[in-house]
Design a protein. Structure first.
Length: 113
């Protein structure tokens, strides 16, 4: 199996702006930001998409949410941010290695497009 784009970033094979890393996850700046703050919170375990996750992934999924909250706090985002998971190509997913988008710094309309 070839590595996903995000595995290559985790393995330092391609560059990225890494702002946090721990044993389970990595957080990078999105290369094509859709808001003044646009981060990707990525598990080191390759789960292609959220709907592929199982009960075995419960702690990883919870961890990603906690990391998102901690990073938002550290960056001083005033408790104002949005987390997005695109699940499947028709929902806008382009990298098939699960990730949370963290968006902040501009008005975030509802419903999203
Ligand atoms: P999605 O479309 O939900 O799968 O999100 C994938 C995201 O990865 C997009 O927002 C891209 O802009 C972002 N992306 C693609 N390549 C890179 C890269 N080399 N470094 C950082 N972000 C990337």
């Amino acid at each position: 199996m070839s590595k996903t784009l995000f595995e290559k970033i985790i393995d330092r094979e391609i560059p990225a702006d890494i702002i946090f890393e721990d044993e389970l996850s990595i957080v990078i700046k999105d290369i094509s930001p859709q808001a003044p703050t646009h981060l990707l919170i990525i598990p080191k375990k390759v789960i292609p998409k959220l709907s592929d996750s199982t009960a075995e992934d419960q702690s990883i999924l919870g961890h990603l949410m906690l990391v998102a909250g901690q990073i938002a706090d550290q960056l001083g985002l005033d408790e104002t941010f949005r987390l997005v998971v695109n699940n499947g190509a028709k929902a806008g997913q382009s990298v098939f290695h699960l990730h949370l988008h963290l968006l902040s710094g501009r008005p975030l309309n509802w419903p999203p497009g």
